[in-house]
Design a protein around this ligand. Structure first.
Ligand SMILES: NC(=O)c1ccc[n+]([C@@H]2O[C@H](COP(=O)([O-])OP(=O)(O)OC[C@H]3O[C@@H](n4cnc5c(N)ncnc54)[C@H](OP(=O)(O)O)[C@@H]3O)[C@@H](O)[C@H]2O)c1
Length: 271
């Protein structure tokens, strides 16, 4: 039987690169994101590779839409082998300029949506005694990043969810794993939000992020897609992709030193 995967945020960036890689490896794909046109374009690329692709426009922050996504996927393929929770957004700015709505949007997209998809698919995985859940987090879910408190909080929540759930579901035949990208040249700047005490300060944060993306430190979406394939194929617990691997290891070993280094490196536009 042809293996199948549901990928959220599959219309662009890391999710789309992952969809194409899994199709090349022989998977049939379910793609979810909000923009129907981009989703259909990604689905067409997969069909050109000779695999089936089902594009389901979904806002993953809406639990009913996520339930419908999983039901439609199961109706179409009968069987789902892998869930890749990937749709996510990024927000940079000082805490005093981050509104409660910003926090809610961050947690709704980066954390709650992951849980919605897991809850919806879990009965199917438990019934089969098999399945793989990949949660795409961030190196910001392994170490603190200055002026990214809401983002890091959402990603630390994903790390906690992934590590705890793995303990619980491994004996039931379900593998739960994490891929933690570092700065990656995807399409995230289209959706990334920047906050500051005024528009100029917000634009300076945007510029800092653009500068980081232009360095050789940045990974490519295909690097992250390869890591997602790797954790599924080899049933690994976690892969940290790119420069964040060294930084997060240094943070684990020398937390105080790394806090000092990060604070020196990344400054508020005011300071
Ligand atoms: N790029 C980086 O530097 C980086 C670093 C660390 C971690 N990550 C993580 O990697 C994952 C993928 O990010 P990316 O860089 O590939 O971002 P991206 O290029 O902006 O792609 C994001 C994808 O998610 C979809 N999406 C966003 N909000 C959604 C929603 N509410 N409902 C459904 N789909 C939604 C987008 O499509 P629509 O807008 O059409 O819905 C798009 O397909 C995220 O979890 C991100 O946090 C990225």
């Amino acid at each position: 039987m042809t293996p199948t995967v549901i990928i959220t945020g599959a219309s662009q960036g890391i999710g789309k690169a992952t969809a194409l890689l899994f199709a090349q490896k022989g998977y049939d794909i379910v793609l979810a994101a909000r923009s129907p046109e981009r989703l259909e374009a990604a689905a067409a690329e997969i069909r050109n590779l000779g695999r089936k692709a089902l594009a389901i426009p979904t806002d993953v922050t809406n639990v009913e839409q996520v339930n419908a996504l999983v039901n439609k996927a199961l109706d179409f393929y009968s069987n789902i082998d892998v869930l890749v929770n990937n749709a996510g957004i990024c927000l940079t700015g000082p805490i005093e300029n981050t509104s409660l709505n910003d926090w809610r949007q961050m947690m709704d997209t980066n954390f709650w949506a992951y849980l919605y998809a897991i809850q919806a698919l879990l009965p199917h995985f438990l019934q089969r005694g098999a399945g793989t859940i990949v949660n795409v987090g961030s190196f910001g879910g392994k170490m603190p990043l200055p002026y990214m408190t809401a983002y890091c909080t959402s990603k630390y929540a994903v790390t906690g969810l992934t590590d705890s759930l793995r303990l619980e579901l491994e004996p039931k035949g379900i593998h739960v794993c994490a891929v933690q990208p570092s700065v990656t040249k995807s399409d995230f700047m289209e959706r990334a939000q920047f906050r500051g005490q005024d528009e100029k300060a917000a634009q300076e944060y945007r510029q800092q992020m653009s500068n980081l993306l232009a360095t050789s430190m940045a990974s490519q979406p295909q690097d992250v897609a390869q890591a997602i394939w790797d954790v599924v194929k080899h049933q690994k617990a976690e892969v940290v992709v790119g420069s964040g691997a060294i930084l997060s290891t240094a943070h684990r070993l020398f937390p105080g030193l790394m806090q000092w280094v990060m604070a020196k490196q990344i400054k508020s536009p005011k300071s």
